[in-house]
Design a protein around this ligand. Structure first.
Ligand code: ACO
Length: 402
């Protein structure tokens, strides 16, 4: 009989760390987080400086290639991304196969995975040029996929990308224009969308990024790996939190019910949590939330939606939780999803689109991490161990004796 405890005891090193709270799964030069100080750096640059001075496609270049581009490099990169924004026309039929009421994340999981079939040339990961083409294709096509998932869900015709618009404006155009009516993108809204994308671009080894790395470690093609990331992001404890947060705000309904919900979140016998609060790594204010808070104010001022009960409830909840003893003692601050949901709601996006927007923003982070892993000469297949706590070895019992 195998002594399972002895088996573990005999190993030189064996760690058991559920949720990877203190175990690094890889080395990376892309993103640094100091959760206690509330700092986030992309390739060494603070997130607030990038949100203020840079823009999403420049940040994409930085994450992918490690340095800020010069003017010629940026122009070339922007041209390449812009030229790849269209989807293969046959993908229209793929979209049409989904139920009308499918969640756009379900559509994205399917369509992104299907890119392996439509762009078969760039599934050859041994070819560095094809790897780069796959990276560009993913960054370029994600907004089109997300916008089309939305258009399909509301029964409107697909709007094709416009190459004269910047990345964020083009996405808003594909979501809100119709063949009968042009959508003129307000620069404040385009800037807000660009910031949402920049702030969500990467966040080191979170659940979806780790999923992409683990899938990629077996040398699965990049489209399949990113589809796995989309699936992981969908959960309400991760990317689905912004949708869950808005749904919670709707349920609360008005500022006078905030107190009741804060008490519910504090109750040990109630599993309810305040969505949009808390973070595994940040035990201080999420630096992205600070930028988002300012952007939310700009958007609300522009759209004049200060009287919206959901937004009023959000403001009351933020104030109440920041002064609450339970939330202070457990270091639970509003996270980036709390504010991004408010902005997207004010822009007119349905809650079901919040997580797809997160997914299209995070695609560059996923693919940069995938690139880093594939280019690592000592890369190994990810194969976590387990602590077995099941039955010891025993003999099979014939069915008539059970
Ligand atoms: N509301 C009420 N209590 C909370 C909340 C919350 N939102 N978050 C954590 N807590 C409490 C827990 O009950 C726990 O209490 P205990 O010490 O008495 O057991 C304590 O704080 C620690 O919570 P953990 O779940 O152990 O913390 P962890 O780091 O594993 O979880 C997480 C982080 C999943 C984000 C959590 O805070 C949460 O569920 N938040 C709500 C969902 C959310 O907003 N997710 C978005 C994350 S950001 C992102 O993905 C971009």
């Amino acid at each position: 009989v195998i002594d399972i405890r002895k088996l573990y005891a005999d190993m030189d090193v064996f760690t058991y760390d559920p949720g990877f709270t203190s175990t690094a799964s890889c080395e990376s030069t892309i993103t640094f987080i100091d959760g206690d100080k509330g700092e986030l750096l992309y390739r060494g640059y603070p997130i607030d400086q990038l949100a203020e001075k840079s823009h999403f496609l420049e940040v994409c270049y930085l994450l992918l290639f490690g340095e800020l581009p010069n003017a010629a490099q940026l122009e070339d990169f922007e041209n390449r991304v812009t030229r790849h924004t269209m989807l293969h026309e046959q993908m229209v039929y793929f979209f049409r196969g989904f139920r009308r009421d499918a969640h756009p994340m379900a559509v994205m999981c399917g369509v992104v995975g299907a890119m392996s079939a439509f762009y078969h040339d760039s599934t050859d990961i041994t070819d560095p040029w094809q790897r780069e083409v796959a990276q560009i294709r993913l960054i370029a096509k994600m907004p089109t996929i997300a916008a089309w998932a939305y258009k399909y869900s509301i029964g409107q015709p697909f709007i094709y990308p416009r190459n004269d618009l910047d990345y964020a404006s083009n996405f808003l155009h594909m979501c809100f224009a119709t063949p009968c009516e042009e959508y003129v993108v307000d620069p404040i809204l385009a800037r807000a969308m660009d910031r949402i994308m920049t702030l969500h671009a990467d966040h080191e080894q979170n659940a979806s990024t780790s999923t992409v790395r683990l899938a990629g470690s077996s040398h699965a093609n990049p489209f399949a790996c990113i589809a796995a990331g989309v699936a992981s992001l969908w959960g309400p404890a991760h990317g689905g939190a912004n949708q869950a947060c808005l749904e919670m705000l709707r349920e609360i309904g008005s500022p006078d019910r905030v107190d009741e919900y804060v008490k519910k979140a504090e109750d040990k016998n109630d599993s309810f949590r305040l969505m949009g609060f808390g973070h595994r790594v940040y035990k201080n204010y999420d630096p992205r939330a600070k930028v988002m808070q300012e952007t939310a104010k700009e958007v609300l001022d522009l759209l004049g939606v200060k009287d919206n009960p959901i937004l009023q409830t959000a403001q009351a909840l933020e104030k109440r939780a920041l002064e609450d003893e339970y939330f202070i003692s457990k270091k639970l601050y509003p996270n980036v999803d709390f504010y991004s949901g408010i902005i997207l709601e004010a822009m007119g996006f349905p809650t079901a689109m919040f997580t797809p927007i997160f997914a299209l923003s995070r695609t560059v982070g996923w693919i940069s991490q995938w690139k880093e892993m594939i280019e690592d000469p000592v890369q190994k297949i990810g194969r976590p161990r387990q602590l077995y706590t099941g039955a010891p070895m025993r003999d099979y019992i014939d069915i008539e004796k059970r």
